[in-house]
Write a protein that binds this ligand. Structure first.
Ligand code: XMP
Length: 516
């Protein structure tokens, strides 16, 4: 396995993704882990990420003892600068920041660049298109290092001490803009560090099943199944490991999408044979939401009631010793970035995650090591339908934050039907997978319309569809007018009570993806 030390780069997770794509297991840890931790981790190689700081003025310093472990090291951007500084080279602030494409020229012979190039120049030097993003640069090589790549504006674009297998690159091989970046990472991980490419899904399923069996033994496990990707895949995996020692609790809070409860029961209970307790708690949730219009207050109520219902069900399973959750790797990475950036709460997110310790159960989190795309791959490998595994995310509070203002059963019913039509048509037009999230929002205002000979005075539905890679920023999807027209027609004709449909053309920021 490979250890990646995160110096606060925005793209540190991408390094981990690329290493995993080379079928090598890796973990991302903060730059300041102790050298004892590293020794115990026993990595085949260490990769030092980029970061936003300057080596000569920051306290972003890892323990230099890591260079004495006899392990190959690849430093990327800041990682290379830190390596150069610690090993006796020199780093200086650039007067110009370099940001964007650059073409580097490989120099001499190096194991890293050998036969990896986009083209060659007249002198036979390999040239590579890379992505640069830096202010500082290495201006003097550490004593034992040689130059292995240069650009006109960055004379030391890559360096190596090949006896020790230390490499530094000023550019970013982990981003897709660096065309041969994947090859470079594979070269370092598989050939230079000689890591075994054993991280494959079939291997993983076997190992994970084994591990769950060892961990829980004969004890029983309880899991809150939401129908979302993570809890679904966790349920399927745990079921594969321990069969009916697993009980899932599916809480229908009345705020789910059309037929969602049925679908979950069909897939898990009928198809996979998983024990699922289906709790219909619609009345309880609606009762507590009556008269409440504030979005944050609604979120709190929905989160609290979920815990309450779940706890009551858990109480009926006295033999359960474990609480399983679909926590995934991005939820647990303690990144260097997160340490400095103060997490800014714009909306409080209440997920199945917030179950209290008073349940007195041990935590089982079998997806803790996986990235989202790996979770999806695992889901397919476990026999979950593609449609479920590649579904858009759905917020924990569900329609509770998509019916604006006070939530009423009648509004939820209208919204559910409008939303289903929208999603249907998106799929039919092949737009579902081209959007990251799409849904309808219920606006509790009435507007005037005509239908046949009569005047109508009914509610409005807004359609929202966005494209994003991280949900932190998003752009509204430029859906074809024809598609929007069709969705609008169908909703107004088929959903009695809605006589107007509008499309949301706001980006995030300044708008958020959800309306509440
Ligand atoms: P916003 O609206 O903040 O949404 O731009 C970003 C992403 O988060 C989801 N979201 C939630 N998820 N509980 C959740 O589990 C919540 O309270 C919540 N609010 C927003 C939203 O659907 C989008 O994917």
């Amino acid at each position: 396995k490979i250890l990646i030390l995160d110096f606060g780069s925005q793209v540190a997770q991408l390094i981990a993704r690329r290493v995993r794509e080379a079928h090598v297991y890796c973990e991302l840890h903060s730059f300041d882990v102790s050298v004892d931790f590293i020794r115990e981790f026993n990595p085949k190689a260490i990769i030092l990420s980029g970061g936003p700081n300057s080596v000569y003025e920051s306290d972003y310093q890892a323990d230099p003892a890591l260079f004495e472990l006899g392990v190959p090291v690849l430093g990327i951007c800041y990682g290379m600068q830190w390596m150069a500084q610690v090993l006796g080279g020199k780093v200086e602030g650039g007067h110009v920041r370099e940001f964007g494409f650059a073409e580097i020229r490989a120099r001499g012979h190096s194991a890293l660049f050998r036969d990896i190039q986009d083209r060659t120049n007249e002198q036979g030097h390999g040239l590579l298109e890379v992505w640069m993003s830096h202010g500082d640069k290495v201006t003097e090589l550490p004593p034992t290092f040689k130059l292995i790549a240069e650009t006109p504006s960055c004379p030391i674009a890559a360096m190596a001490d090949e006896d020790k297998n230390f490499y530094g690159v000023q550019f970013h091989p982990e981003v897709t803009h660096t065309i041969k970046g994947r090859d470079l990472i594979n070269r370092f991980v598989l050939e230079i560090a000689k890591a075994q490419p054993s991280w494959t899904m079939p291997n993983y399923v076997d190992q994970a099943v084994q591990k769950i069996r060892e961990q829980v033994g004969d004890e029983e496990v309880i899991l809150g199944l939401s129908g979302g990707v993570d809890s679904s895949v966790a349920a399927a995996l745990i079921h594969r490991a321990i069969g009916d020692k697993l009980t899932c609790v599916f809480v229908d809070n009345g705020l789910l999408r059309l037929n969602e409860g049925e679908q979950v029961m069909n897939i898990f209970n009928k198809h996979l044979g998983v024990k699922v307790i289906h709790v219909n708690a619609t009345e309880q949730f609606m009762g507590h939401l009556a008269g409440v219009a504030d979005p944050e207050a609604k979120r709190k109520i929905i989160g609290r009631e979920f815990v309450e219902v779940f706890q009551a069900e858990a109480g009926k399973l006295p033999n359960a010793r474990w609480l399983a959750q679909g926590t995934i790797y991005p939820d647990v990475i303690e990144s260097a970035g997160a340490k400095t950036k103060k997490a800014h709460t714009i909306k409080s997110h209440h997920n199945v995650g917030g179950l209290p310790e008073t349940l007195n159960l041990k935590l089982l989190e079998p997806l803790r090591e996986l990235f989202k795309d790996e979770v999806r791959e695992l889901g397919v490998a476990l026999g979950l339908p593609h449609e479920m595994v590649y579904r858009h995310p759905f917020p924990g509070p569900g329609l509770g934050v998509r019916v604006l203002g006070e939530v009423k059963q009648e509004f939820c019913d209208l919204l559910r039907r409008a939303d289903a039509i929208f999603i249907d048509e998106l799929r039919a037009a092949d737009w579902y997978d081209k959007t990251s999230q799409a849904f309808a929002v219920f606006l509790p205002v009435k507007s005037v319309g005509v239908m046949g000979d009569g005047r109508t005075y009914e509610y409005v539905v807004a359609l929202r569809a966005v494209q994003t890679s991280d949900f932190m920023t998003a752009k509204w999807a430029e859906l074809p007018y024809e598609l929007l027209g069709k969705v609008s027609n169908r909703i107004i004709n088929e959903v009695r009570g809605i006589n107007r449909v509008v499309y949301d053309v706001s980006g995030k920021p300044p708008a958020t993806i959800e309306w509440e």
